[in-house]
Design a protein around this ligand. Sequence first.
Ligand code: SAM
Length: 254
Amino acid sequence: MSANSSTSRIPPDHLFMDGTVTAEQFVEFGNGFVHELLLKRCRLAPHERVLDLGCGVGQKARVLAEYLSDDGRYEGIDVFAPAIEFCRSAYDEKKNFRFQLADVSSSHYNPDGKRSATDYNLPYSGNEFDLVFLASLFTHMLPDEVVNYLGEIRRVLNQDSGRCLVTCFLLTDETRAATRRNDPAISYRFDHDAGVCRLLDPQDPAKAVAYDEAWMRGAFAEAGLRICEITYGTWAGGKDMLRALQDCVLAVPA
Ligand SMILES: C[S@@+](CC[C@H](N)C(=O)[O-])C[C@H]1O[C@@H](n2cnc3c(N)ncnc32)[C@H](O)[C@@H]1O
C-alpha cells in the first residue's frame, strides 16, 4: 500500500462521526481496535472474510486494508450515505473491499431511511463470514433492532469459523450506580429509562443507548450466539487495563 492511499483513507474533517475529532485520533483508534481486538482477541487471519457492521468512514477498514491478503475479504455496511460514498472512493483500488449503503432509519444517522432496522435483512447469504464486528453500533440501536441484527449476524456467520465482536454500553449494578453519581470521570450518564435500556436523549433515541447486561446476554443466547467473554470499558468511570471506553462482547455460534 502506498503512503498516498493510506492518507487518502483518512476522511475530511466534516466526516468525522465515529467518536474521533482529528486525523491522529482516527489513525490511533483504528490501529488500537484492529490490533488489540480483531487480531489479538479474535485472532483474525489475513485470508478471512470480515463484515464491519456500521462501518462509518472506514476507521477499521483503513487498518484492515493493510492486513487482509488478496484472499481475504472485507464488507462494510452503514446507513450514513456520505460515509459510504467516501469509503467507495477511498478504497476503489481494493477489489476485495466493498461498501454498501443500507437505507435503514436511525433517528441520529439517517432519520429519513426507508427501511426499519427491526426487520432489515443484511444483504449477504448465510455462513458468509468468519468475523462480524460492530464497533459502537448497538450503542446507537434500540432493543427490537438489536434483536433483529443479532439474528442476522448469526445467519451470516460461518458455523465453524465464525466469531462476533460487539462493543456497547452495558448496565450492571456497578455502572448503574456510577451513572447516578455526578462523577466527572463518567463519559455518559444515560439519564432516561427506556425499559431494558437507558437513553442519553429521548428526543434522539439513537444518539446513545446503554443496555441492561442480563437482557443483552439473553438476546445473544436467543439469536444462537454463545458469549465467550465480556470485558468492561471505562465509560462509567471503572478502571480497565485495556483502556477501552466501551464494554466488549465476544461470541461464537452456539
Ligand atoms: C459511532 S459510529 C461508529 C462507526 C464505526 N463502526 C467506527 O468505529 O468507526 C456508528 C455508526 O453506525 C452507523 N449506523 C447507525 N445505525 C445503523 C444501522 N441500523 N445499521 C448500520 N449502521 C448503522 C452510523 O451511521 C455510524 O456510522
